[in-house]
Design a protein around this ligand. Structure first.
Ligand code: SF4
Length: 466
């Protein structure tokens, strides 16, 4: 089937969301809600192609107002025309060609935002946002585009380098695969040699862990373009209907994963001066072992995949605490069950502040089921079920439960809804321990950047799989 930049030229419109006042587009008469027709006579499928055309220097742009049937053509020379867009992919997100046994989207409850059900496997969003892609839906033209435009780094879900096992775990659909070569992970890692690759392995107990894990790490280390490997555990929900029977990691199994990766790291540190493979926080918490020190995570390059988030949160010490508060207050810190113990330990010094009643509330995830314990997948209804109205003065939530740039949770509940229903102030607590303490003590508003949040990726990033 045809694909790639040229072949993505299907029916689609590129709506302009904003035109900067005083810009070349504005002066030419283009306004928001208009349609970008062509740039240098070409249809533009995504923001990358748009930027690439601008980089050519002298650029002709055609925009139209369909209702007035008005079309304007203008030219810029080495200048940003001033157009803004809501989306980054203008044609359509490339969907995956797989039916992974552990797919999170197949086990999602109903009623979430529509965008969360999109089985996005688009190399462009991998480059732009760091979402993981499997590569099995690429066409020859896509691979060529990645190489020609040096879309580096990319984030690749490898899972295992054992080809037979990988197929067994991912079960790609032959009719959706455009180029059979893309299902061969060894071949793909070599084809993409000029591109830096951050990889991940979603581990399933007794499937691709154990000796298979060690072997995969050994193999991945042989590719010069593979920068690192993130080992994350399979994420499960209670909505697995007619899906393979998968079990979550138990303590002993988690310890075995850590031991194997530790052994491999020791070897890599000697050979390459990097640990190369990293284990997610979830494995550490399940194993009962101490969360490693910051040094373990090197440059925290895979933090958005849950590798080092806990350590990063704890990195900055608590600020100097007052002996007492001017006004007494009761504060609830809402968190997923996974992180509750660590958070309780971290905020212990705040319990000595007179007038402050602080409660860490481990929220049971009724939306995805109790088996889901990460904070990032808590929905508004979970908070409402776990906290009584008027129970406290202030509820603090993690920025990771909000859709990027909004105050909206996974089930479309907003922070305002929570304020109204729970009859208390509800705010974002902070991206690290210091900020959290400052919010509690000083009522300071924090400027936060959610670590997850581009709509279609939130769920996959929070569940750490794809
Ligand atoms: S995990 Fe990702 S690649 Fe696998 S089936 Fe689900 S959406 Fe597709």
């Amino acid at each position: 089937m045809a694909s790639g930049l040229k072949n993505r030229e299907k029916e689609y419109t590129v709506r302009i969301s904003n035109v900067l006042e005083g810009s070349a587009a504005y002066l030419a008469g283009v306004r928001s809600t208009w349609i970008l027709e062509t740039v240098n006579s070409k249809k533009i499928p995504d923001i990358l192609a748009y930027r690439r055309e601008l980089e050519t220097g002298i650029v002709n742009i055609v925009a139209s107002e369909p209702f007035l049937q008005k079309e304007i053509s203008f030219t810029v020379e080495w200048e940003d025309p001033g157009l803004e867009f809501d989306d980054v992919i203008f044609d359509e997100i490339a969907l995956c060609a797989n039916k992974c046994d552990f797919c999170y989207i197949h086990q999602m409850p109903q009623g979430m935002r529509k965008s969360l059900y999109i089985m996005d496997d688009d190399f462009r969003t991998s480059f732009l946002y760091g979402s993981f892609v499997t590569l099995s839906n690429l066409s020859e033209a896509d691979v060529k585009r990645i190489l020609d435009e040096n879309l580096s780094p990319l984030y690749v879900s490898v899972h295992t380098t054992n080809q037979e096992l990988r197929h067994d775990m991912m079960k790609w659909w032959d009719y959706k695969v455009k180029d059979e070569k893309t299902t061969d992970i060894d071949l793909m890692l070599r084809r993409l040699e000029p591109i830096q690759l951050y990889t991940q392995m979603v581990l399933l107990p007794n499937r691709n862990d154990g000796k298979e894990l060690t072997q995969s790490l050994e193999t991945l280390a042989t590719y010069p373009n593979v920068e690192a490997v993130a080992c994350v555990p399979v994420g499960l929900t209670s909505h697995r209907i007619n899906l393979p029977d998968l079990k979550p990691y138990n303590q002993k199994q988690a310890q075995d994963v850590i031991k194997r990766v530790d052994q491999f790291q020791a070897k890599m540190l000697k050979e390459r001066d990097t640990r190369f493979a990293f284990v997610s926080d979830e494995f550490y918490i399940t194993s009962g072992l101490e969360i490693p020190e910051a040094e373990y995570y090197e440059d925290f390059s895979m933090i958005e995949n849950g590798i080092g988030m806990v350590r990063d949160f704890l990195l900055e010490d608590l600020p100097e605490l007052p002996k007492s508060l001017e006004e007494p207050k009761k504060v609830i810190l809402a968190t997923g069950r996974l992180f509750a113990n660590e958070l309780t330990k971290a905020v212990e010094p705040l319990l000595n502040v007179d007038g402050l009643e602080l409660i860490v509330r481990a929220i049971t995830n009724i939306t995805f089921g109790e088996v889901t314990t990460v904070t990032g997948l808590l929905a508004g209804r979970d908070l409402i079920a776990a906290i009584e109205a008027n129970e406290a003065d202030l509820l603090l939530v993690s920025p990771n439960i909000l859709k990027y740039g909004t105050e909206t949770l996974l089930d479309n509940t907003t922070l305002d809804d929570l304020r109204r229903i729970l009859k208390m102030d509800v705010r974002v607590g902070g991206t690290n321990l210091k900020e959290l303490a400052e919010t509690i003590i000083n009522d300071s508003e924090i400027q936060y950047l959610p670590q997850f949040g581009f709509s279609t990726h939130a769920i996959k990033e929070a569940s750490k799989q794809h």
